[in-house]
Write a protein that binds this ligand. Sequence first.
Ligand code: COI
Length: 365
Amino acid sequence: MDTEQKLTVSLCDTKKKKPLAKDLIFGRTFTDHMFVMDYNEEKKWHDARIVPYQPISIEPSAMVFHYGQSVFEGLKAYRTPEGEVQLFRPQKNMRRMNHSNARLCIPHFDEAFVLEAIKQLVELEKDWVPEAEGTSLYIRPFIISTEPYLGVASSQRYQFYVIMSPVGTYYKEGLDPVGILVENEYVRAVAGGTGEAKTGGNYAASLKAQVIAEQQGYSQVLWLDGVQKEFIEEVGSMNVFFKINGEVITPVLNGSILSGVTRDSVIALLKYWDQPVVERKISMQELYEAQLAGLLEEAFGTGTAAVISPIGRFSWKNQEFTVNGGKTGPVAKRLYDTLTGIQYGKIEDTLGWIEKVGEKENVRV
Ligand code: COI
């Protein structure tokens, strides 16, 4: 625990016009306020505040611009049919952010304090949580290193921000299946690297392959392991699942794969439904042979932004094959309906995953 922390609030003078649901584009519009907190060696994390959303002033020598010492998270606030606002397993994001911090040498923060601050920010901005089907308020916490210094070292100063954006679907396909290019040259991460941390560098490393995939008519990239380029890791910026001969398989967390909150929730739901599910290594060759044998029943990505993204076709070493006739499979559909049902308060939360905003009961993990 850091020193006793307090949250101050300064309100903006004029509120921005909110976009219509039909005009929502992921991550383009931001709410009226944001959370900020500073860190230095002497005071540790301090001066937590909610302030009007505004540009920040930062020295060009700030270390984040040069060596990329930063982490981020992504979670959403959902509006229920009764008009309440709720979060989905937010402690998981707080815990993962500190896990990313540990890898990036960024100081640990008090998870309960920051989650309470996020809830206050969401409560303040609750009119920004959209109502239309499939929309939500995306919450983006992030930490950057701000010390003005060009030496390669861990920064002695940081800033923690939380900004928020009303969003619709992340991928234009929504729940329609996407085409995937299996990437055989570039890799996203290697074991021992930063793949299991949520840090900007991993996403920068993914851009080149994403551009190539799009040029070839595919929406996203399937990442293979960084050493043998044989074993499947992730898809785009999501975790990936396959249903082969009745069993759901997802790559085991091996140090280079992000431990997704949606991934964890999907595994828990499948177990709850007595649907066989296993975390293990799976190679591209095995996937290819399963589809040749007619055993590959479904493939889908999972993530906070897209929830469930079915995969309809793969291209691997210039061979293309489809999954489930290019259509969304029943497991992906059931998972999507159940997860969004719980998130939007339309299905009872029997697994204890929901945190209401505006209520003072916490702390569940
Ligand atoms: C997520 O879905 O959890 C993500 O992190 C996607 C984000 C990079 C846009």
